[in-house]
Design a binder for this molecule. Structure first.
Ligand SMILES: Nc1ncnc2c1ncn2[C@@H]1O[C@H](COP(=O)(O)OP(=O)(O)OP(=O)(O)O)[C@@H](O)[C@H]1O
Length: 299
């Protein structure tokens, strides 16, 4: 089942059309990377899912229930981490979670056990300081704990790693991976290496629509290039190959790449064998999300 299903979502600000018929299907228990460059409309989409912005057209279903602007019914399924989460700086992390739990009507016993569990999960189990002394990464981690307090079916995080250093980013990504057992995770980002690290599914948002979406592994194999890279024992051996195969493009001292349109793998390997060239490596080039994204954006 899709935890989130968006059909033909449209949103304008004045005469500027930001979402122009966006379709998105987020399968249950996926870690879903919602990719788009700055200003693509990621936050707009998320706020519309939360019923905080009124769409100009289209439909959003969260766990099969229709989102209605200004109503909060579907938000009981959602935990949300905004791009810049705000806290009461004078509180400690457990105090803050207790406060949030009380507002949402959780019992004291439940608040205590869930807070302990979540603070441990996000690495703040032993943190006694007030939030005002927290680093950005610690605030993001506390924000995730808060978003998970009510055991949401869908956790939505708006660019959770953008402002963090590599260590802080890794901590957040590890947490998002870990919570996958409890909830579906949708997070927006423009950091493609983060997506490659943890996502099962992705969608590219560009020019108001989602151009490509699906399982990361399917997308990668669908867009697999017919390009190979090879490495010879030394530069002379590479020269020998390049004299015969004009389509080889040198990429290093003794490395080069070629496309199957120019030369077949079989011809290259036969020449290598016939001429006793030492081949240290030959491999198919895996498309990166970066190259895919550039293709989508440049189309
Ligand atoms: N309340 C608003 N009024 C007018 N324009 C808006 C409003 N909110 C967003 N926009 C415009 O809509 C476009 C999409 O913004 P949005 O914040 O959704 O993008 P984003 O993909 O989240 O970008 P970023 O990565 O920079 O956060 C931008 O051009 C933005 O200026």
């Amino acid at each position: 089942m899709d935890m989130l299903a968006i059909t033909n979502l449209q949103k304008r600000f004045g005469d500027k059309s930001v979402l122009k018929g966006l379709d998105l299907s987020v399968p249950e228990y996926s870690v879903f990377g919602f990719i788009g460059k700055n200003g693509a409309g990621k936050t707009t989409t998320m706020k519309t899912i939360l019923g905080l912005l009124k769409a100009d057209g289209g439909e959003i279903l969260v766990s099969g229930e229709k989102v209605v602007y200004g109503q909060t019914a579907t938000n009981r399924h959602i935990g949300y981490l905004p791009d810049v989460p705000e806290f009461y700086p004078f509180m400690t992390a457990p105090e803050y979670l207790s406060f949030c739990g009380e507002i949402t009507g959780m019992s004291r016993i439940e608040i205590k056990s869930r807070s302990n569990e979540l603070l441990k999960l996000v690495g703040l189990g032993n943190e006694k300081h007030r939030i005002k002394g927290f680093s950005r990464g610690m605030k993001q981690r506390l924000g995730i704990a808060q978003a998970l307090l009510n055991r949401p079916k869908l956790l939505i995080c708006d660019e959770p790693t953008s402002a963090l250093d590599p260590v802080g980013r890794k901590e957040i990504l590890d947490i998002l991976m870990a919570v996958r057992e409890q909830t579906t995770v949708l997070f927006s980002t423009h950091i493609l290496s983060d997506v490659e690290r943890i996502c099962t599914d992705v969608a590219f948002l560009n020019d108001g629509v989602v151009n490509i979406q699906g399982k990361l592994s399917d997308i990668k194999s669908q867009y697999r290039t017919e390009e190979y890279v090879l490495e010879t024992g030394n530069e002379e051996e590479l020269k020998l190959l390049m004299n015969v195969f004009a389509g080889l493009k040198k990429s290093g001292m003794n490395t080069a790449s070629f496309r199957e349109n120019d030369h077949t793998l079989f011809d290259i390997l036969r020449f290598v064998t016939d001429n006793r060239i030492r081949l240290l490596k030959i491999e198919r080039v895996e498309p990166t999300l970066e190259t895919l994204f550039m293709e989508v954006v440049e189309k």
